[in-house]
Ligand binder design. Sequence first.
Ligand code: E4P
Length: 214
Amino acid sequence: MKFFIDTANFEEIKEANALGILSGVTTNPSLVAKENVSFHDRLKEITNIIPGSVSAEVISTEVDGMVSEGRELAKIAPNITIKVPMTPDGLKAVNIFSKEGIKTNVTLIFSANQALLAARAGASYVSPFLGRLDDIGTDGIHLISEIAEIFSIHQIETEIIAASIRHPQHVTQAALAGAHIATVPYKVIQQLFQHPLTDKGIAQFLKDWEGRQQ
Ligand code: E4P
């Protein structure tokens, strides 16, 4: 499973990128709204340092608007992936983009059937939202397993991005369930590093080193 970062914050993207673990970035309108910057400028900055997929979401809800917005966003850099919501208009737009060679990420996936429809429309990625399913008392990870199994049985090449990741356990579970990618907030990336025995081990090594015989 590969790692994307789920943020529009450039400092977070730079920090995570320096770790050498990043294969891409996902943004959404809520994440961009927090940043108080021009969306185009921020996407330019991100694509200047990230060679992998950078998801940029359309705001229009109708196919024509989505297509013209997506075409403009795709001009920013060749690694822009157009993020489109899981609606009939969204899938019509995905189908048009796929014929034009523009990569797409179908977002707000909450069922296996939605993922299958998106894949058949030509989506490069589908984004099932784990955390939001858990929030309403459903098992988000079960959805990832279902989609992974269906895509495997039917040899579908669309990649599964485990999204709405809230904690490190989601990351492990998504990897075990067969997600190709997890898009992870910076705070959770930081948490993935943490283990008390690692900290204890480093402290002990340093203590022993200081007390060594010269
Ligand atoms: C994915 O692409 C979305 O940006 C994101 O994971 C949504 O997460 P949230 O449910 O924490 O807002």
